[in-house]
Ligand binder design. Sequence first.
Ligand code: GDP
Length: 216
Amino acid sequence: MSAPDEELDIEAGRRLFTQECRFVAGAERSEALPPIGLPEIAFAGRSNVGKSSLVNALTGRTTLARVSHTPGRTQQLNFFDLGGRLVLVDMPGFGFARAAKRKIKDWSGLIERYLRGRPTLRRVCLLIDARHGAMAVDRGFMERMDAAAVSYQAVLTKSDKVKPAELQERIAALAAELAQHVAAHPDLIVTSAHAGTGIPELRAALAALAAPGQFD
Ligand code: GDP
């Protein structure tokens, strides 16, 4: 149930994502956040949700995921400039089985300050594994974004792993749940990084939030 095609400019999305995507900053503390500038889109989700794969599929590059998986950078907010029009922000995955309590506290503080203090943050893409649907940790994050009045959109990942009937049920359940959240975008986007499903649609949805390009 992605946004209706007539509202999405697939070609604009394709053009934007052919641009260079360059690592600009990593912030482990809020003091290290880069200055406010271009519109930003953040990607969040549980560890292993398929965030790196999705971002690779979007950008057609592995730079972003490589940086974000580098030990020491995995607990940072990593900022990437896409063609001087949009900044992609890779948020650390939730799920801290092995992280120390102290780290979790720092992480929560950083995320909270970023979510609340970033006027250029246009949308958070909340990635949810299509096999499991929303889990408690996702709901907690939704509530934090509602409280911070940060607009977010659910993006189902790994849809190739789920049978069509089950996928439809999962979409309906999630859409009903999102309708209860004030800051949630009503349309969710169904993707598979492996099959390429939903990638042009997600690119188009993000292009609509980017700063105008030279040819727009
Ligand atoms: P991250 O920890 O959220 O960055 O997740 P990764 O992108 O590293 O993916 C975690 C695992 O899920 C890997 O084994 C991927 O191969 C797998 N995966 C990611 N996206 C897809 C997808 O679209 N389809 C399938 N079948 N597997 C996927």
